[in-house]
Design a protein around this ligand. Structure first.
Ligand SMILES: Nc1ncnc2c1ncn2[C@@H]1O[C@H](COP(=O)(O)OP(=O)(O)OP(=O)(O)O)[C@@H](O)[C@H]1O
Ligand SMILES: [Mg+2]
Length: 245
C-alpha cells in the first residue's frame, strides 16, 4: 500500500469532521473521494498532507508511519496536492509559478534554477500550457488556472497526487481536457486520489470510489457498485442519478 489511514479522527471544536476513518490505496490506483458538501473530503487531504494534524489514528506512507509530519516533510516524500480554491502567484509568470515548485517542492535538495526551468517547461508542455509560459498566472482563464495548479503539483515529482475538485467551475470542454490530463498523469505511474462533485470525472477515471458522509465512510467500491448503492443514492447521488450520464 502506498497510503493507509487507520482509525483517523479529527474534530474542529465540537464538530467531528472525520470519524474513525480507514482507507488504503495501492500504488498506481486512482481512487475517487465523493460525498456531500462538508462531508470531510478536503479535511482528509489536509490530514494526509500535514496541513491539519489527526486527533487520533495513524497515517502510513509506504508502510512508514508519517502521522504528524508537517506539509514540507510530506512534500519531500513526494506527496503533493492541489487546492479547492486555486492560489497561483497571480503576478508572476506561468513558468515561474511552476519553476518555484520544481526548485523547492520536493526532496531536501534545492534544484538549480536552470534545471528547475527545464523541468517546468516539460511540465507546461505536458499540461498544455507551454504557449502561456510568459503570461502572468492572473491572466489565465479558469480552465488554464486549474491546469496550472496541477502543473505546480507535478513540479514536485509526486508519487501520490491529491486533486481537490480539479474541474470545479470548468465548462464541459475544459472538463474533458482535465479528464484526459488526469489519465495521462496516471499513465506516468502516479497514484491519485481525486475529490470531485462532477461525477463524470470520477466515474470515467476511478477504479475505486470511497464515499464520505458526516466524516464517516458510508460506502466503498467500483463505480458501478457505488452508482447502484442505495445508501449512497440516499445520502448523495439522489434517485435521478444516471451512472451513464
Ligand atoms: N480549519 C477548520 N476549522 C473549523 N472547521 C473546519 C475547518 N476545516 C473544515 N472544517 C469543517 O469541517 C467539515 C468538513 O469540511 P471539509 O472542507 O473537509 O468538507 P468537504 O467534504 O471538502 O466539503 P466541500 O465538498 O464543500 O468542499 C465542515 O463542517 C467544515 O466547516
Ligand atoms: Mg472540499
Amino acid at each position: 500500500m502506498i497510503l493507509e489511514l487507520k482509525r483517523v479522527t479529527k474534530s474542529f471544536g465540537g464538530l467531528q469532521a472525520i470519524r474513525t476513518f480507514d482507507m488504503a490505496v495501492r500504488r498506481g490506483e486512482i481512487v475517487g473521494l465523493i460525498g456531500p458538501n462538508g462531508a470531510g473530503k478536503t479535511t482528509l487531504f489536509n490530514l494526509i498532507t500535514g496541513f491539519n494534524n489527526v486527533d487520533q489514528g495513524q497515517i502510513f506512507l509506504n508502510n512508514v508511519d508519517i502521522t504528524g509530519f508537517p506539509p514540507h516533510r510530506m512534500a519531500s516524500l513526494n506527496v503533493s496536492r492541489t487546492f479547492q480554491i486555486v492560489k497561483p502567484f497571480s503576478n508572476i509568470s506561468v513558468i515561474d509559478n511552476v519553476s518555484i515548485g520544481a526548485m523547492f517542492g520536493s526532496t531536501s535538495k534545492v534544484l538549480p534554477p536552470k534545471e528547475a526551468h527545464h523541468k517546468a517547461e516539460d511540465i507546461l508542455a505536458f499540461t498544455g500550457l507551454l504557449d502561456k509560459r510568459n503570461q502572468t498566472a492572473g491572466s489565465l482563464t479558469m480552465g488554464q488556472r486549474k491546469r496550472l495548479e496541477v502543473a505546480r503539483a507535478l513540479a514536485t515529482s509526486p508519487q501520490l497526487l491529491l486533486l481537490d475538485e480539479a474541474v470545479a467551475g470548468l465548462n464541459p470542454a475544459e472538463v474533458e481536457d482535465m479528464i484526459e490530463l488526469i489519465g495521462m498523469i496516471h499513465q506516468r505511474g502516479i497514484t491519485l486520489i481525486i475529490i470531485e462533485h462532477v461525477l463524470k470525472v470520477i466515474m470515467t477515471l476511478c477504479q475505486r470510489i470511497v464515499v464520505l458522509n458526516y466524516g464517516s465512510k458510508i460506502a466503498e467500491g467500483s463505480p458501478q457498485e457505488i452508482a447502484n448503492d442505495p445508501v449512497v443514492i440516499g445520502a448523495y447521488l439522489g434517485e435521478d442519478f444516471d451512472s451513464d450520464a
